[in-house]
Write a protein that binds this ligand. Structure first.
Ligand code: F0G
Length: 460
């Protein structure tokens, strides 16, 4: 029997009750939260699609592995077990654990910034990656393909580097001023969009020609490998782990927020191919920032859970279900005419709120308006990724206009069922059918940095 979306490849052994609220309650709760979904308590959220980061469910094997965690300060068995798995997947020589992705960025990225006026180039920098590039005294340049902004148009690999933009950036800034090339796979900010192997190979060629290092920002590298297998000529018969290994062969280092494809609630990875000098630098700086190099901010038991989770996330049946859940939600919305980033990526459905609510100007935050409306409708929490998140120009203080106004419906791993996603689809479709009633927002309190997290609003 062939199904369009595969059913859950697991049974449920333990359940966590979630609370259903009434619309009248949600109206009060959202007002009390200053119309900012980040300020809602999770107990007041029915289906939480804020992020896929650290929000997934662990397996019985991961919970069992936690019981054998070795909490030694130095040289624990848990460290060596995790190191074995990371080396096996990446083929790299060196591994350092860190507490999460941004810990890896904080330790690693400054090491390649050797003089003033340097740049990191990426397909698209994730927010924290960009922040750590700038904290290290460098600047971030994004070189994603233009297709990524053509929301309704199909492209198998919307996360790809635009090779012309990349070559132009290197030529303009000078190869000696490029600290590194960061390949974000999948490309979170573009909609969890994959990067093709052909594109990575080409980027590697350019990097080699110019003597520049490649760093993989691979929070969702297993999901990327799945898309390569599904969509790229020549990979259909290859195992996911071998596709991942080929990916790693095109880079010099790997930074990972293990909260995604590590299937754990907290954790991170720095892995380095064969550069002993760079490894020694990172090992030195991980001590004051994160912890001794064999725990780097992680518990022994958490390293064991991660060692198991990394392998589970490479299981093709798991991945097919995972991506199918996202596609299921995307298809339902698209069939109802709701504009979304198409095709959907690996971890979320990105709703295009510029076309959803064209009557709301960018500085009244259309994607926040849609996000708040679906919370009111069904207790679903999503997240704005648009002009609110982008912030103000540091010089003119004007609200910057984002190229895309998106609401991200992020699907946690192994957490919700298709029925939950049906509820989400119904809520979004209902709001879409009443989109003319949507109103914009203005600030009540605007926090000076990373304003999307803590600001409060008034509906207009
Ligand atoms: N890189 C990418 C591509 C990410 O998506 C994230 C986190 C990080 C680095 C930083 O990792 O959170 O463990 O420190 N993304 C989360 C999200 C927060 O919601 O997309 P972290």
């Amino acid at each position: 029997m062939k199904r369009k979306y595969v059913a859950e490849p697991y049974r449920i052994k333990m359940v966590e009750p979630i609370r259903v609220t009434t619309k009248a309650e949600r109206i009060k709760l959202l007002k009390n939260a200053g119309y900012n979904p980040f300020s809602l308590r999770s107990e007041d959220v029915y289906i939480d699609l804020l992020t896929d980061s650290g929000t997934g469910a662990m397996s019985q094997d991961q919970w069992a592995a936690m019981m054998i965690g070795d909490e030694a300060y130095a040289g624990s068995k848990s460290f060596y077990r995790l190191e074995g798995v990371v080396k096996n997947i990446t083929g790299y020589e060196y591994f350092i654990p860190v507490h999460q992705g941004r810990g890896a960025e904080k330790v690693f990225l400054p090491q390649l910034v050797t003089h003033e006026g340097m740049y990191y180039i990426s397909n698209l920098h994730f927010d924290t990656t960009r922040a750590h590039v700038e904290l290290a005294g460098a600047r971030a340049i994004d070189c994603v393909v233009e297709d990524c902004y053509d929301i309704d148009h199909y492209h198998a690999f919307k996360g790809n580097f635009c090779i012309e933009k990349l070559e132009k950036a290197i030529a303009e800034k000078g190869k000696e001023n490029i600290a590194g090339i960061i390949m974000t796979i999948t490309n979170n900010s573009a909609g969890g969009q994959p990067v093709s192997m052909a594109n990575m190979r080409k980027v590697k060629e350019i990097a080699d020609k110019n003597g520049i290092m490649i760093i993989i920002d691979g929070a969702r590298y297993a999901e990327n490998a799945f898309f390569v297998k599904e969509r790229e000529e020549g990979y259909q018969d290859m195992d996911i782990i071998d596709i991942a290994r080929e990916t790693f062969s095109y880079a010099d280092a790997f930074l990972m927020s293990a909260k995604k494809d590590g299937l754990v609630n907290m954790g991170g990875i720095i892995a380095i191919k064969n550069n002993e000098h760079l490894y020694n630098l990172c090992r030195t700086f991980v001590v004051p920032y994160e912890g001794f190099p064999t725990y780097g901010g992680m518990n022994g038991r958490d390293m064991d859970a991660l060692a198991v989770g990394l392998m589970e996330a490479l299981d093709e049946n798991y991945l097919r279900h995972r991506i199918d859940q996202v596609r299921f939600l995307g298809d339902k919305l698209r069939d109802a005419g709701v504009p979304i980033q198409y095709p959907v990526g690996g971890h979320a459905v990105f709703v295009d709120c510029k076309s959803f609510a064209p009557h709301i100007p960018y500085d009244q935050f259309p994607a926040l308006s849609v996000t708040n409306a679906i919370y009111l409708e069904a207790g679903v929490r999503a997240v704005e990724i648009g002009s609110l998140l982008l912030g103000r120009d540091p010089d003119t203080k004007k609200n910057l206009e984002s190229r895309m106004e998106l609401m991200r419906l992020t699907i946690p791993r192994r957490l919700y069922t298709y029925d939950h996603l049906d509820v989400v689809a119904e809520a979004v479709i209902h709001v879409y059918e009443h989109r003319n009633e949507l109103k914009g927002y203005e600030f009540q309190y605007e926090s000076p940095i990373l304003r999307h997290f803590t600001s409060t609003f008034k509906p207009l």
